[in-house]
Design a protein around this ligand. Sequence first.
Ligand SMILES: NC(=O)c1ccc[n+]([C@@H]2O[C@H](COP(=O)([O-])OP(=O)(O)OC[C@H]3O[C@@H](n4cnc5c(N)ncnc54)[C@H](OP(=O)(O)O)[C@@H]3O)[C@@H](O)[C@H]2O)c1
Length: 277
Amino acid sequence: MAITELDEHLFEAEQFSPGLGTYTLTDDEGTAIIRDALEAGYCHVDTARLYGNEAEVGDALEAAAVDRENVLVATKVAHFEEPEKTPEYVRTAVEESHERLGTETLDLLYHHWPRDGSDVETVLPVLEELVEEGSVANVAVSNYPIRYLERIDDLIGLSVIANQVEMHPLLQQEELHEYVREHGMYLVAYSPIAQGEVFDVPELVEIAEKHDTTPAAVSIAWLLGKEGVVPIPRSSSREHIEANLAARDVELDTEDVKRIESIDREKRLEDPDWMQW
Ligand SMILES: NC(=O)c1ccc[n+]([C@@H]2O[C@H](COP(=O)([O-])OP(=O)(O)OC[C@H]3O[C@@H](n4cnc5c(N)ncnc54)[C@H](OP(=O)(O)O)[C@@H]3O)[C@@H](O)[C@H]2O)c1
């Protein structure tokens, strides 16, 4: 998929839609859940080499009664081990992702974690080469603070389409959101329901009651209402997966949005001790 097609498909659609987070969805049950989610209408699946479930995503894509052309598959590469900090490691990792996913061209490939910043210099030029070679259609980054986003243009000559970061009502990422929009990038919001913590926030419970829905749906709807933001909730329950997709229909009013904006706690759930935000 080329970048303009991706834009139309995923980000410029008439109505934004949540993607499917797949962390922990493994084995036959994981495959079956992902297949059912595709058949229920998800058209964007988010996996990663680190999740150990690219094969399950590949199997689900093959099994689902949907047109593969209408599904965007995103995976991620990172390299944490010192001896593996090489361009060759990145290339091998991406080849392995292709084999597991059953793809020849990856729709979207993220650099997963920048860690100490030196890997930004190693990984991004390889991703650019992979685009030139046709193995990857679009490059994105994940967990990039602004100081690393600022280095992209000096390292590669292609547009990075998105930054995938943690974002939910308890971590609203205003500054980063503004930066990525100013630079023509999208923000893919992971942990959009704060891994379940939104259920404990009284303001979200009240807004959910007002709309006869759940705090999860309110959080997803709030993210969908922000310019250029695509949430990727994850669930192992078919009922929740369908409810998360249906959050597209929750219409928050200005008062709801103001209340949600007032509850930012800058609470980060994914915060490895080696990462400097
Ligand atoms: N780039 C990165 O570094 C990074 C880091 C973390 C996550 N991610 C991506 O983002 C995806 C989502 O993030 P996440 O898994 O951290 O957290 P999340 O989507 O915010 O929350 C998942 C949790 O919420 C529950 N849940 C989901 N929908 C629900 C609903 N409608 N009602 C009640 N409970 C619900 C799930 O339980 P049930 O299974 O019981 O529904 C699960 O325990 C991941 O799967 C992964 O694809 C990326």
